[in-house]
Design a protein around this ligand. Structure first.
Ligand code: UT7
Length: 333
């Protein structure tokens, strides 16, 4: 909806919440499961532990807890919601979507609801999608959630991947904010040609579930770590520079950088390129590992809880991952 200045309605975050499952899997636990070491995991990735969903917990459960907190923070209830987007690659099931399961559980009777698949970039893709609905006035508010249970699609006999992932959910409620605040710019992108470096093949229409697909371990994540690493370092730099330019901001304007938490070495390379000191960067990969779509919102919400975000701050978020995809955003808090 355009205002009197004929600019788009300003949209920002009006409530946020997070959830991680109780159970913690440490590097020491993993040492007993595969041929790895705490020293290798910490020095190559920065990860010390990760949270793993209980057997009875699924992605919608994680998402639900985060959503309830976000709605409470926004002073809203489910019935107020116009739109629910859940970014995930580990939905409870193919369909109904996790967003529809949540719509029912939250009593969000008037909300449209759908899932969005952009792997670790999913939350930023979800924000961009919802912001467009709100800026144009089609909807007044939206619940955007990044939630994943990667433990359900991880092969715990493959040391190349099983040390890297964890489970969690982060949720935000979007709504109108004062002029000059809110989301300033997005930069979304994909390099489909790199899709073969990070995928889960089984269970879809090309390789439906069968005894053979299970024996061939096609229902677990495959990753060519080195290739994804190179992609990540490249796009973290290029996407952040592009989105800052779109927002009319410079590197020096960034008050807080919230990168996807996959590997501390990738975060360090982005910090170098953006010339950012540690106090302007959120890092929690040590506690949660890579939680896919939940990674950026978990970091954002943790920074909020720690009092690291102040009114008027310029926040730069960036995610990258399967697809291959990336998504970056500049938000004026
Ligand atoms: O959110 C999706 C995005 N995903 C990512 O961002 C992941 C990006 N990639 C990475 O973070 C890194 O590539 C990894 C952490 C996955 C791997 O680190 P690396 O420094 O690229 O190691 P590498 O794959 O080059 O492997 C080095 C060695 C290999 O042994 P050889 O072949 O040199 O003898 C691996 O077999 O480390 C070995 N290795 C391990 N050793 C102990 C691989 N995983 C482990 C392990 N413990 N868990």
């Amino acid at each position: 909806m355009r205002n009197m200045n004929n600019s788009l309605r300003p949209v920002g975050i009006v409530g946020a919440g997070k959830y991680v499952p109780e159970r913690i899997l440490t590097n020491q636990d993993l040492e007993k499961m595969v041929d790895t070491s705490d020293e290798w995991i910490v020095s190559r990735t920065g990860i010390k532990e990760r949270h793993i969903a209980a057997p009875e917990e699924a992605t919608s459960d994680l998402a639900y807890h985060a959503a309830v907190q976000a709605l409470e923070a926004a002073g809203m209830s489910g019935s107020d919601l116009d739109l629910i987007i859940v970014a995930t690659v580990t939905p409870d099931m193919f369909f109904p979507s996790t967003a529809c399961l949540l719509q029912d559980r939250l009593g969000a009777k008037k909300a449209a609801a759908f899932d969005l698949s952009a792997a670790c970039s999913g939350f930023v893709y979800g924000l961009a999608t919802a912001v467009n609905f709100l800026q144009t006035g089609m909807y007044n508010n939206a619940l955007v959630i990044g939630a994943d249970c990667l433990s359900r699609i991880t092969d715990y006999s493959d040391r190349n991947t099983c040390v890297l992932f964890g489970d969690g959910a982060g949720a935000v409620v979007l709504g109108e904010v004062p002029e000059g605040r809110g989301f300033q710019a997005f930069d979304l992108g994909a390099e489909g040609a790199g899709g073969a470096h990070l995928y889960l093949e089984g269970g879809g229409s090309r390789v439906p579930a069968s005894l053979e697909s299970i024996e061939a371990k096609k229902h677990a994540i495959f990753m060519n770590g080195r290739e994804v690493f190179k992609f990540a370092v490249r796009v973290m730099g290029s996407a952040t520079e592009r989105v800052l330019e779109k927002a009319g901001a410079a590197k020096g304007d960034v008050d807080l950088f919230i990168p996807h938490q996959a590997n501390i070495r990738i975060i360090h390379s982005a910090m170098e390129r953006l010339e950012l000191p540690p106090e302007k960067v959120v890092v929690n990969v040590d506690k949660y590992a890579n939680t896919s779509a939940a990674s950026v919102p978990l970091a954002l919400i943790e920074a909020l809880e720690e009092g690291r975000i102040h009114e008027g701050d310029t926040i730069l978020m960036v995610g990258f991952g399967g697809g291959l995809t990336w998504g970056a955003s500049v938000l004026k808090w």
